[in-house]
Design a protein around this ligand. Structure first.
Ligand SMILES: [Zn+2]
Length: 599
């Protein structure tokens, strides 16, 4: 069900709170949302005393966990610096994201305009909506890295952020506020880690195990209210709280933005943000939202309380990846599935279709790309095309680890227990060693864990799904054939909205002249086009064994017409799981331990 969400992106490189000396001279920002243009934020900065090395005002080139080039400097205009008497000081834009102030010691105030990322067209590198900014008549979404910057050498300076907005707007954020609603952050990273949603919002809060969970919702036509979401999500909060042995933070905020598109969610340390389509909250949609929320909230454990030294500090200019993305994102995605199953939020059958879908998505990714390599390449073009598999194979590997650990401990100490032990050992302040973590993980679990890591995290071996699920008395079949038959076209086709291309040509179609890679320009003389698409789908879905369909394909020698006959094949299904009725008592006991309800 999660494919409805095109990209769930996560801040794997989250803000890690560190002990910081309180600064008497915070940088005071004001973000004005009441300017003449609804697409532009007006920013002013009251500058504390700058030294000569603080002469660069830096905008973000990227942000934690977004794994994309953002270059916020692209959205900035009219950047000006002033001295104490209001006289302008010379400023030079030395790079897309850097403004150099010529006499930094004199500067007292900076002003600039920054366009919202949602509605501002860009030629390349569009920014994920949940990581961007939006300003409309009745609401705004603020991700601080898209609006504010920092002076070089002062990334860790205290920040005070004032917001100017229409009087009736409500503000939702995990940031603490003080007098006049000014928001505080101990440094730039913390501010970036805490998005702000404001406008015509509904609000709901609930106590979950002694911790406060708050929901703020913007819904375009007021269809979805925070109280509705709270009712629907209460059980997933309770299940997640149980799964992690009690939330490690006191307050958690969920920001929901319901409008025209399902885009995804972005997780932060103390909050998460969801950009979703405004449609009625039916059961399937609630399941989807709950699954994503379980994932985002589990990030409280990893990476927030379990991470390597590599991700401890975020570099907004040149971020460096950690090889342990399998842990931050893979284990988290696995945990969200187990929370849903063990929390009784989905049935075992629904769980099976979830992993079946993950196996199918894994198949369309690069089979040679290990999870370790995927992590290391995350910021590159090659890595970006494969990144989505961290939520598929990345979640299946921890599933194998969990089964192994439960088997070796008589059902007592699975992956959940090990991860919670580790998060207590390390916590938010104390990173593990990027290089030695695998060894530690094996040492504290079981020697056989080494094999799983070598083959399926460092390597890209086929996953032993059948062998591992058999331990639980669950049969896995990569394909199941049924008794009944369905029409067989004899080849596959892919349609990207413009072009229809032939794939997987089987024997009969090959005999009839079709070739893999043929571009189909017409079917039964109806041209392939977006407008004709419904009619074409009707033809392809209506075929019966014995029918003939005429394809016009484009070849070097010109258009060629091919009459293709429809055959017959047995109906089949990929990646099928079912419970073995004759499983041994030992396997049944392990299965019970594996799916036992959270207490
Ligand atoms: Zn995530």
């Amino acid at each position: 069900m999660r494919t409805a969400i095109a990209g769930i992106i996560c801040a794997a490189l989250v803000y890690i709170p560190t002990a910081y000396a309180s600064n008497d001279n915070p940088v005071r920002f004001t973000i004005d949302m009441t300017g003449p243009s609804t697409d532009t934020f007006l920013v002013s900065v009251d500058v504390p005393r700058l030294g000569k090395n603080n002469n660069i005002y830096q905008f973000a080139s990227t942000a934690p966990g977004a794994y994309q080039v953002m270059d916020i400097g692209r959205f900035v205009a009219d950047f000006r610096a002033y001295d104490a008497r209001g006289r302008q000081i010379e400023v030079t834009q030395v790079q897309t994201n850097q403004f150099r102030i010529e006499r930094p010691k004199k500067v007292r105030r900076i002003t600039y305009k920054v366009a919202e990322t949602w509605d501002t067209p860009v030629r390349e590198n569009p920014i994920y909506q949940m990581a961007g900014s939006s300003l409309e008549k009745d609401h705004a979404l603020l991700n601080i890295h898209t609006l504010l910057g920092f002076f070089h050498g002062m990334q860790d300076a205290d920040m005070e952020i004032g917001l100017v907005y229409p009087q009736d707007w409500i503000v939702g954020t995990a940031l603490n506020s003080g007098e006049g609603g000014r928001l505080f952050a101990p440094d730039f990273d913390f501010a970036v880690d805490s998005p702000i949603l404001l406008g015509r919002l509904t609000v709901s809060s609930m106590d979950i195990g002694g911790k406060k969970v708050e929901i703020f919702t913007y819904s375009k036509t007021d269809l979805i209210k925070s109280s509705d979401l709270m009712n629907e999500m209460r059980d997933v909060f309770i299940a997640t709280n149980k799964f992690v042995g009690g939330f490690p933070i006191d307050r958690y905020v969920l920001l929901f933005h319901f409008e025209d598109q399902n885009v995804g969610a972005w997780e932060h340390s103390y909050s998460s943000e969801y950009v979703l389509k405004e449609t009625p909250l039916n059961e399937a949609y609630v399941n989807l939202i709950n699954g994503v929320a379980a994932h985002e909230i589990f990030h409280m454990i990893t990476p927030l309380h379990l991470h390597s030294e590599v991700i401890r500090q975020f570099n907004f200019v040149t971020p460096s990846p950690s090889q342990h993305l399998w842990l931050y994102e893979g284990v988290t995605e696995w945990a969200s599935d187990m929370i849903m199953l063990r929390g009784g939020l989905i049935t075992l059958e629904e769980f099976f279709s979830e992993i079946s879908e993950k196996l199918s998505i894994d198949e369309i990714h690069d089979k040679e790309m290990s999870l370790q390599r995927l992590a290391r390449l995350a910021f590159t073009e090659e890595g970006r095309t494969q990144y989505g598999n961290i939520y598929n194979r990345g979640a299946l590997v921890p599933m194998l680890m969990d089964i192994l650990l439960l088997e070796k401990s008589g059902g007592k100490r699975g992956l959940r227990e090990v991860i919670l032990e580790l998060s207590k050992k390390y916590g938010s302040e104390n990173p593990f060693s990027e290089e030695e973590f695998f060894d530690e993980f094996v040492a504290m679990t079981h020697p056989e864990m080494r094999l799983l890591i070598d083959r399926h995290v460092k390597g890209a071996w086929p996953l032993p799904i059948e062998e591992y699920f058999a331990k639980l008395g669950i049969r896995y079949s990569s394909v199941v054939f049924y008794e009944d038959s369905i029409p067989d076209r004899g080849h596959g086709i892919q349609f990207d909205g413009q072009k229809m291309v032939v794939t997987e040509v089987r024997e009969r179609s090959e005999r009839e002249g079709l070739k893999e890679g043929d571009v189909v320009v017409a079917i039964n003389d109806i041209a392939i086009s977006r407008e004709n698409f419904p009619e074409l789908v009707g033809i392809l879905q209506g075929i019966q064994p014995g029918d003939t369909v005429t394809y016009t394909v484009e070849r070097a020698e010109g258009a060629v017409k091919l009459d293709l006959t429809v055959g017959i094949q047995r109906r089949s299904q990929r990646h099928v799981f079912d419970v073995m009725e004759d499983a041994s008592p030992q396997k049944v006991a392990l299965r019970d331990a594996w799916m036992r309800r959270l207490e």
